[in-house]
Design a protein around this ligand. Structure first.
Ligand code: NI
Length: 146
């Protein structure tokens, strides 16, 4: 188990665009494992690599339905709408109301480099959208409704 430091809002790394992962190798698998350790330790439901200072397109999500690990995730389809409170491990002690798709289909590579397609709705769809936004330097605070 290895915990990594979570970057906080205001740090430049959270605002940069992450690079596509060319090969899912041991280094990426270690990153994935450290990210899930760090997420669980912080009581989070998702974490993106830029949040641990690594500008690579890797996310982990666990909304209580099991751990999802995705490399190079892409939203293939999004439908519906949900509006709810959202928070982020990089924005401590705060939350805001954000509208997201109700349902998404996300494609990415698993830890073995095999393509996986995930259909998610509700909170899991929200978490996936939130983490994928991180890969493009977007934080939920950019989308808060006033
Ligand atoms: Ni976040």
């Amino acid at each position: 188990m290895a915990l990594r430091r979570i970057a906080k809002i205001g740090e430049a790394v959270l605002r940069k665009k992450s690079k596509v992962v060319d090969e899912v190798n041991d280094k990426i698998r270690t990153l994935i494992d450290d990210m899930s350790d760090t997420m669980y330790e912080a009581d989070g439901v998702g974490l993106a690599a830029p949040q641990v200072g690594i500008l690579k397109r890797v996310i982990v999500v666990d909304t209580g339905e099991g751990l999802i690990e995705l490399v190079n995730p892409v939203i293939l389809d999004a439908s519906g709408e949900q509006t709810d409170e959202e928070g982020c491990l990089s924005v401590e002690g705060e939350s805001g109301v954000v509208t997201r798709p109700y349902r998404v289909v996300v494609e990415g590579l698993d830890r073995n480099g095999v393509t996986r397609t995930i259909s998610a709705n509700g909170f899991m769809a929200r978490a996936l959208c939130h983490e994928i936004d991180h890969l493009d330097g977007i934080l939920y605070v950019d989308k808060i409704e006033n």
